[in-house]
Write a protein that binds this ligand. Structure first.
Ligand SMILES: Cc1ncc(COP(=O)(O)O)c(C=O)c1O
Length: 398
């Protein structure tokens, strides 16, 4: 054999890095740091869900499920969208159950986008959308969400759409900023989707984690949008079971068929007993969601108070469970240097803002903290911040 070795990564997989969020979790574990980086709860999952999962295993729901989802679970998903949003979803043809919304987004990109298509992303964006676009061969058109309100310029959005636009990703409530898109903003997006015959890929996994009277509006409920929207959701955040890896897509049959095929060859199916338990999750009373939002609101206020007292500049989130901060005034080289300092010297992990931007320099003064944690965890973070001399007496710049 002659010539250069072929034992190397593909060009596509070489063009994105390992997840910074997961890397921060590993480094945090090595240093025994409080993990306010990766967004998973450190409190128990609801008992009735754990019981339902144990029961499903005992009742032997332990073999491959139908690839696009266990029928009772798809029925429960359809019933929930009817109840909550008056959306008519056909469980036989319009749902694909996936391994979390992570796989749902990937299967959607691979199933619906062609090489050379363009997908519009609001920036900052959840880090998976970048590699999703690269693996699908799609180009990215970036539209800025600008602090402090994280709103976008409608003209900038209009300029991002064109004949090559195949889709836009909408994520509301939004990770990492906590922005909740207003109905008016969603109408602007919807009008452009209709004009350019584009698909809205709507990641709504924080739909129930929402504060201050803000309301979640699924873009599929707007005029003419159900026929061009892929709604993505999962059990992870709403039911505090991020490790279960159960999510789903809802879309018209013509799109669902493609998503189901890709999903089948990616994973065959999501865990059968946990889909059975998902029926119990979707059957909880309304009070569960009210209590969930109230508990997260308390945690949000607590972490806001802690961070502001330690001189972070905070952007108050209206939804999701993250606080985006500005750290420019602390005098570090960039966000990654500051995040490493926080882990190794202070013992608190957060996520460098640059991981939410296509060009890292755009996020170099930002750091994201999550507050899906017990009070004791937040108090311990507070105690550790108090010991750091480099956080003391630094006046915020914005
Ligand atoms: C916006 C967004 N989408 C998707 C995911 C992944 O969720 P899942 O556990 O359903 O794969 C996350 C996780 O943090 C997220 O923040």
């Amino acid at each position: 054999m002659s010539g250069p070795s072929k034992l190397h990564a593909s060009a596509k997989s070489s063009s994105f890095a390992e997840s910074v969020i997961r890397e921060m979790t590993r480094v945090a574990q090595e240093h025994d740091a409080i993990n306010l980086g990766q967004g998973f709860p450190d409190f128990p999952a609801p008992q009735e869900l754990k019981d339902a999962a144990a029961r499903a295993i005992a009742e032997d729901h332990n073999q491959y499920p139908i690839t696009w989802g266990v029928p009772v679970f798809r029925d429960a998903i359809a019933a929930e969208y009817r109840r909550a949003y008056a959306l008519d979803v056909d469980p036989a043809t319009e749902i694909c159950v996936t391994c979390g919304s992570t796989e749902a987004v990937m299967a959607t990109f691979l199933g619906l986008l062609d090489e050379g298509d363009e997908v519009v992303l609001f920036e900052p964006f959840y880090e998976a959308y970048g590699p999703d676009a690269i693996l699908a061969g799609a180009g990215r058109r970036i539209v800025a969400l600008r602090p402090p309100g994280w709103s976008f310029e409608p003209d900038e959005l209009r300029a991002a759409f064109g004949p090559r636009t195949r889709a836009i990703v909408v994520n509301s409530p939004h990770n990492p900023t906590g922005k909740v898109f207003t109905r008016e903003e969603l109408e602007t997006i919807a009008a452009l989707c209709r004009k350019w015959d584009a698909i809205a890929i709507s990641d709504e996994i924080y739909e129930h984690i929402i504060y201050d009277g803000w309301r979640h509006v699924p873009i599929a409920t707007l005029d003419g949008m159900a026929e061009r929207t892929v709604t993505i959701n999962s059990l992870s955040k709403t039911y505090s079971v991020t490790g279960w890896r159960v999510g789903w897509t809802i879309s018209p049959p013509s799109l669902t068929g493609a998503i189901r095929k890709v999903h089948d060859f990616l994973t065959v199916g999501a865990a059968a007993p946990l889909q059975e338990a998902g029926v119990a999750a979707l059957g909880v009373p309304d009070s569960y969601y009210t209590d969930l939002a109230a508990a997260y609101r308390r945690r949000r206020d607590r972490l806001l108070e802690i961070l502001e007292r330690h001189n972070f500049t905070c952007y108050t989130p209206h939804g999701a469970y993250y606080i985006m901060t500005d750290i420019g005034h602390f005098g570090f080289g960039d966000d990654v240097e500051f995040a490493r300092y926080l882990i190794t010297d202070v013992g608190v992990a957060a996520v460098p803002g640059s991981s939410f931007y296509r060009h890292p320099s755009a996020g170099r003064t930002k750091l994201r903290f999550c507050f899906c944690k017990r009070d004791e965890t937040l108090s311990e973070a507070d105690r550790r911040f108090s010991i750091s001399r480099r956080l003391r007496g630094t006046a915020p710049s914005v």
